[in-house]
Design a protein. Structure first.
Length: 456
C-alpha cells in the first residue's frame, strides 16, 4: 500500500511541479484518506514520505545545479532555489552528502562532486529562493576581484552590486563584512604583510614589479649591500616622457613610506596642463648624499637632463641637483615661500601684529618680491624696508638673511650669498614661460596616494 500511495501522490506531478515538502505530501495523504476512507498509520505515513522523497530525488537528479566556494574554502551547492553545504564525504564509493544550509530535512548526494545531484530528503520549513545563487556568486566575485585587482574595497563591492538584482543585494553581508572578506583574501597572497629585518632583506615581489599592463615597473635598485638603499619605480615609456619634457616638479611624502624607508619621492611633469607622476623612489633618509645618488641614478636613464626643477625649500635637494645637473635651474615653490614667511611670524609671536593693516601690507609686499625682475629685487626690498614699521623689521631681517643676502661687513654693495639665492625663488621667468609657480599639483597627487593607502 505504501508504494501504491506514493505513486498516486507523485504520478500526476510533472518534473517542474514535483512535490517539495512533507507538508504537501501530508495534504495529499489527508485528501486520499477523506476521499477513499483510508486509514494510514503513522509508520506508514513516514514510509510514504520517504518513498516520495526518493522519487523526488530521481527527478531532481536530472536538473542542473551550481557549486560555489564558501568562506572556509568548502563547497556550497545550489539547486532548485535551495543551497546545501557539504555534510560528509566523499566515502569509499565517492558519494558526497549535502545538507540544506537552513538545517532542515533537505538532503541529497552526488558522486565525486559531479552531476547528477540526487535529493533524498525534502526541504520542510522554508521556500526556495531563486536569488540566493546571485548572493553566493557575488561573494565569489568579490573574493576574485580582491585577488586580481588593487581597487579599494568600496569600489569592489559597488561594482559587484551593479551586476545582481536589488533583491539579491539586500541579502548580501554589510559593507564592513565585505571589506573584511576582501582584506582576508588579499592577506593570502605570497609575501603579504611580511616584515623584513633591514633594508638589505627587502624583496620586491613579482606582482609589484610590473604594471597592470605587464610593463616593467621596478626599474632600479642600489642593491642590498648599500646601507642607504634606494628603490626606483618607473617604466620605459615614462622615462621617454621625462626625456622629452625638461621642466620637472619634485616632492616627497613621509606618511605612506614603507618600513625602513623615510620617504616616497616622486618626479612629475606637466603635459597638456595636467600633472603626471613619472618616477617614484623610496629613500631611506633626507641626506644630501642620498639625493645625489638618486639623481645620479636617474641621470643614467635619460639623454637630456632637466632644464628646470621646481621643488620645496629643502637645501639638501638644492645642493644635490646642482651637483648632478650644474646647468639646471632650480625654483622654489611660491606656496612654501609664503608658508616659511608666515611660520616666521608665528615663531616671533607676531600673530597679533599680523592683524595690523600696515604689518599685513608689508607682508604682502615681501611676497610680491617673487614676481619682480631678478635685477630689481634688491631695490624693491630696500623700498619695502624704508616703508615698513618697526614691528615688521624682524621679518625683513629673516628674509634678507635667507633670501636676499646681507651686506658684507664694511661694504655698501656686496652681499653674502644667501641660503636660497634670488633666482631660486623669483618667479618672473616662470610666469613669462607659462610654467606653474607652485608644487601644489604634485602635493595633490601625494594626497591621492595617501587616500589610496587608507582602507575605505
Amino acid at each position: 500500500m505504501v508504494v501504491k500511495l506514493a505513486n498516486i501522490i507523485l504520478d500526476p506531478c510533472p518534473v517542474e511541479t514535483v512535490v517539495k515538502s512533507r507538508i504537501e505530501i501530508n495534504v495529499k495523504l489527508n485528501g486520499l484518506m477523506q476521499d477513499d476512507n483510508l486509514k494510514i498509520y503513522f509508520n506508514d505515513r513516514i514510509k510514504i514520505q520517504g518513498r516520495c522523497g526518493k522519487k523526488c530525488g530521481q527527478y531532481l537528479g536530472e536538473l542542473n545545479w551550481i557549486m560555489t566556494k564558501t568562506n572556509r574554502n568548502g563547497y556550497k551547492l545550489f539547486s532548485k532555489g535551495h543551497a546545501c553545504t557539504k555534510e560528509r564525504g566523499p566515502n569509499t564509493k565517492g558519494n558526497v552528502t549535502w545538507r540544506c544550509e537552513w538545517l532542515c530535512g533537505g538532503r541529497g548526494f552526488n558522486v565525486g562532486f559531479e552531476p547528477p545531484f540526487i535529493m533524498t530528503g525534502m526541504h520542510q520549513n522554508h521556500k526556495p529562493d531563486k536569488k540566493r545563487i546571485q548572493v553566493l556568486q557575488s561573494n565569489e566575485t568579490i573574493k576574485k576581484r580582491a585577488k586580481d585587482s588593487k581597487d579599494k574595497p568600496r569600489t569592489i563591492v559597488n561594482e559587484t552590486n551593479k551586476e545582481i538584482d536589488l533583491d539579491a543585494v539586500m541579502q548580501l553581508p554589510n559593507y564592513n563584512a565585505c571589506r573584511s572578506k576582501i582584506n582576508r583574501e588579499r592577506s593570502k597572497k605570497p609575501g603579504f604583510g611580511k616584515e623584513f629585518e633591514d633594508l638589505s632583506k627587502i624583496v620586491v615581489i613579482d606582482e609589484l614589479s610590473v604594471t597592470c599592463r605587464r610593463d616593467r615597473f621596478f626599474w632600479d635598485d642600489s642593491y642590498t649591500d648599500d646601507p642607504e638603499r634606494i628603490l626606483i619605480f618607473t617604466t620605459k615609456e615614462n622615462l621617454k616622457l621625462l626625456d622629452r619634457n625638461p621642466n620637472w616638479f619634485c616632492d616627497g611624502t613621509f606618511d605612506i613610506s614603507p618600513i625602513f624607508f623615510t620617504q616616497l619621492y616622486t618626479i612629475h611633469v606637466i603635459i597638456n596642463n595636467r600633472d603626471f607622476p613619472f618616477l617614484y623612489a623610496l629613500l631611506p633618509n633626507k641626506n644630501q648624499n642620498t639625493y645625489v645618488k638618486l639623481f645620479t641614478m636617474i641621470d643614467s636613464y635619460i639623454t637630456n637632463p632637466p632644464l628646470s626643477v621646481n621643488i620645496d625649500y629643502e637645501k639638501a635637494v638644492f645642493n644635490a641637483i646642482h651637483k648632478v645637473w650644474k646647468d639646471c635651474k632650480i625654483f622654489g615653490c611660491f606656496f612654501h615661500l609664503s608658508s616659511n614667511l608666515f611660520i616666521r611670524v608665528q615663531d616671533r609671536h607676531l600673530n597679533d601684529f599680523y592683524s595690523d593693516e600696515s604689518f599685513r601690507e608689508s607682508f604682502k609686499m615681501v611676497q610680491a618680491l617673487a614676481f619682480v625682475l631678478v635685477n630689481d629685487v634688491v631695490q624693491a626690498f630696500k623700498i619695502i624696508e624704508s616703508q615698513s614699521n618697526e614691528k615688521f623689521k624682524l621679518i625683513l631681517s629673516y628674509f634678507e638673511k635667507c633670501y636676499i643676502g646681507r651686506l658684507k661687513e664694511n661694504s655698501k654693495s656686496i652681499r653674502v650669498v644667501p641660503r636660497f639665492p634670488i633666482p631660486s625663488w623669483n618667479l618672473h621667468e616662470r610666469i613669462f614661460n607659462s610654467l606653474p609657480v607652485t608644487t601644489n599639483s604634485v602635493e595633490h597627487g601625494m594626497v591621492l596616494l595617501q587616500m589610496m593607502k587608507k582602507v575605505t
